[in-house]
Design a protein around this ligand. Structure first.
Ligand SMILES: Cc1cc2nc3c(=O)[nH]c(=O)nc-3n(C[C@H](O)[C@H](O)[C@H](O)COP(=O)(O)O)c2cc1C
Length: 179
């Protein structure tokens, strides 16, 4: 059976290094079984939710998560935490019935300008995911530091250690998705 991987990127930037990292994860998994979902959602507003219900874009996103066998999240680090885009997405998804994250194998990774490679954002993301009780892999930690120097013109991750760690992480994610 083919195992479907869904990719989420916490940056909306077209040339985002996290988008490149997410794509590399998808390539390693197998592009034919990899798709991405958009976190370009309206800002959560309880009044709007009460008046109009949950937006179609959020319902689609929640369904994509529910239907995937595994999810990979690439998070930027903004001021030592995750982006508002990513937190907003997580908050919206929590409003949809059906607990799409529950038990879902999830791998997180980050690419950042700083030397820590988004380490603090990854810890923050773990805390943000906790309420949803996914099967969040403990590692290996893929934290791409000085990200502008770590991808070639085609978006390939170039550092041997990062490539090795990402491969191990995706192997573990696939094993978790099989169980
Ligand atoms: C609002 C903001 C805050 C940032 N804070 C951090 C930070 O705390 N640590 C860090 O390493 N880089 C920080 N950066 C730089 C990002 O790591 C860099 O812009 C990165 O390329 C963003 O991810 P993206 O390429 O996926 O969009 C920040 C960038 C922005 C725009």
């Amino acid at each position: 059976m083919s195992l479907k991987l869904l990719g989420l990127c916490g940056s909306l930037r077209q040339d985002s290094f996290n988008r490149k990292l997410m794509s590399e994860a998808g390539r390693i998994w197998g592009n034919e079984d990899f798709s991405t979902a958009s976190l370009d959602l309206p800002l959560y507003n309880g009044d709007a939710e009460r008046a109009d219900g949950i937006p179609q874009s959020v319902q689609t996103l929640a369904r994509q998560i529910a239907e995937a066998h595994a999810v990979v999240i690439a998070t930027p680090e903004y001021n030592q935490s995750i982006s508002g885009v990513l937190k907003n997405g997580l908050d919206w998804i929590s409003r949809v019935e059906g607990a799409p994250w529950r038990g879902k194998p999830v791998a997180i990774m980050s690419a950042a300008a700083g030397r820590a490679g988004g380490a603090r954002a990854q810890y923050a993301l773990r805390l943000c995911l906790n309420p949803f009780r996914p099967h969040l892999l403990p590692g290996p930690e893929v934290m791409v530091a000085a990200a502008s120097q770590e991808f070639d013109d085609d978006g390939n991750l170039t550092g041997a250690l990062y490539v090795k760690l990402l491969g191990e992480l995706m192997d573990d994610l696939k094993a978790a998705a099989r169980t």
